[in-house]
Write a protein that binds this ligand. Structure first.
Ligand SMILES: Nc1ncnc2c1ncn2[C@@H]1O[C@H](COP(=O)(O)OP(=O)(O)OP(=O)(O)O)[C@@H](O)[C@H]1O
Ligand SMILES: [Mg+2]
Length: 504
């Protein structure tokens, strides 16, 4: 029966995808299965690269490689149209279709009147990430069945294509970072972070006062120093004051300085941070922690641009650029009476808000990749890549500690990884638990046999994790025999060895 062949192709392809193999090899094997099992010759997988605004032909089968990159613009040719509209296109005879470009040149010597062509979008998270296309010999019957079959295949491979795309874009981005800005280390490609970059570019060179807001660990400190580095004051000092860490009775002397003997303990004359920052930038971090009395004095300095040391009555002119940061909502603090409205006005001239990491989409992977690169070098380890099991966990976690938490998480993973790959089980328990909850949600939809099998597989994997990969121990946990566990491990192709180092 015809549909049997298709079912078996789907089965073989899903099996392949669940294994961990190199992307190009995996995709090539899928195209080979399509050709051998269901007679779809000359397959092609293209990736839509947002950074290049082009669709790049990435993996092909039955199409001679010419050594140079083949690509389509969005909207150009059939592949371009499919990516643009997110809808499949099927052409019964390619000789009758002017849109068909044959850019790879594979069909120049073939009788085109006998060829049909199908191209379907590859979608991930409602976004078109690429396209899958095949040729097949024209037959009388219509192509509807083939289209929905190929759409199924596109769904099966979507997450792999998505990860590949991010990886490719990252390489490009990393190049761009190292080429354009040796100090520019703000990593991010999401629209919200691109907006932040735009704001930084607009304001960096001016002397405008800036207020940076955002949850803890979102990069406020990093942005402040980046702005200083890009300003005309970059050769002047960058002085950070942590307003939350200085005791109330010392804050004034810390900011404005004191004369010798002006109070008990003032054994010598001391310059304040404002004077130190002269001709440079002062970064008032955690400004929301400042006491009301200190706020009054700060406001006066911001208005007059001069400071008076404690114990002196001679004001000193200071030339400083002010950047303040807080993870508090200052408007709310004003309402509560903890922050002065007039000071907020003075500071809030050019606000920059840093979004939480969980709202930055695939920036998570971009950052993870970046930290792997930087930290593995620092820690003297060679980590080549992050496995998709780890990527999945990172993408579904809510990151309350934002970029700092991600950075710590990668550092820990690098330290405990035995080989050159970071797997899901190298990530902290908090990520595993959240990931499992999400998995469970998707686990309970489907047909009965699959559900039971999935559940069985989950039970075995959990037992293996607890047993650190030891099969006999896992059998004991589940109250069964080692023989049965071994059989199931084989049946579900569970890589039990990888649980040897798990610590949950
Ligand atoms: N976009 C980014 N690209 C690269 N590194 C980043 C990025 N954002 C943050 N980091 C890194 O993450 C860590 C935390 O960032 P940072 O200290 O600037 O956060 P913060 O918002 O000031 O946090 P807090 O409110 O707790 O002070 C730093 O090591 C910083 O270099
Ligand atoms: Mg900070």
């Amino acid at each position: 029966m015809k549909s049997n062949k298709y079912l078996s192709a789907i089965q073989k392809i899903s099996e392949l995808v669940s294994k961990n193999v190199d992307f190009t090899e995996l995709m090539k094997n899928i195209l080979i299965i399509l050709s051998n099992e269901v007679n779809m010759q000359r397959g092609m997988i293209s990736i839509y690269r947002r950074d290049l605004q082009k669709i790049i032909v990435d993996v092909t089968y039955g199409i001679p490689k010419q050594g140079e990159m083949v690509f389509y613009k969005v909207g150009e040719g059939i592949t371009g149209k499919v990516v643009e509209t997110g809808r499949p296109i099927a052409i019964p005879r390619i000789d009758k279709e002017p849109l068909f470009l044959d850019r790879t040149g594979a069909r120049r010597k073939i009788d085109r009147s006998k060829l049909a062509f199908i191209c379907v979008p590859i979608k991930y998270d409602n976004e078109v990430v690429g396209a899958l296309s095949v040729d097949r010999v024209s037959e009388k019957d219509d192509l509807k069945f083939e289209v929905s079959f190929l759409e199924t295949i596109a769904n099966i491979i979507a997450s792999k294509v998505h990860s590949r795309r991010i990886m490719d874009e990252n390489i490009k981005l990393r190049d761009a970072i190292s080429r354009h800005s040796p100090v520019g280390t703000i990593i991010g490609n999401s629209s919200s972070m691109r907006h932040v970059a735009e704001l930084i570019n607009q304001v960096a060179e001016t002397d405008t006062t800036i207020l940076i807001t955002g949850e803890t660990g979102t990069g406020k400190g990093l942005v402040a120093s980046e702005i200083h580095q890009r300003s005309r004051r970059k050769n002047g000092p960058f002085i950070r004051v942590n307003c939350g860490a200085i005791p109330e009775n010392l804050i004034e002397s810390e900011l404005f300085g004191h004369e010798k003997g002006s109070f008990t303990g003032a054994i010598s004359t001391r310059k304040g941070k404002f004077e130190e920052a002269n001709r440079g930038t002062i970064f008032l971090d955690e400004i929301g922690e400042l006491s009301l009395s200190a706020q009054v004095k700060l406001l006066k300095v911001l208005e007059d641009r001069e400071v008076t040391r404690i114990g002196s009555n001679k004001p000193i002119k200071v030339d400083v650029r002010i950047i303040a940061a807080t993870n508090k909502n200052l408007e709310k603090e004003v309402e509560k009476g903890n922050f002065r409205l007039d000071l907020l006005y003075r500071l809030n001239i050019f606000p920059i808000h840093l979004p939480p990491l969980r709202e930055r989409g695939s920036d998570i992977i971009l950052l993870a990749d970046y930290f792997v690169q930087v930290l593995s070098e620092k820690l003297g380890k060679k980590i080549k890549r992050i496995d998709s099991s780890a990527i999945d966990l990172m993408m579904s976690y809510h990151w309350p500690g934002n970029v700092r938490e991600l950075q710590n998480c990668i550092e820990r993973a690098i330290l405990i990884a035995e080989g050159d790959v970071i797997y899901g089980y190298h990530l902290p328990p908090s990520l595993q638990i959240e990931g499992e909850l999400k998995q469970e949600k998707t686990l309970f939809t489907g047909n009965f046999k699959e559900l039971v099998e999935n559940y069985e597989k989950t039970l075995i994997v959990n037992a293996l994790k607890k047993a650190k990969g030891k099969q006999s121990e896992a059998a004991k946990i589940l109250g069964t025999t080692k023989r049965i566990i071994q059989y199931k491990i084989q049946k579900y192709e569970i890589d039990y060895k990888k649980y040897a180092g798990v610590t949950i």
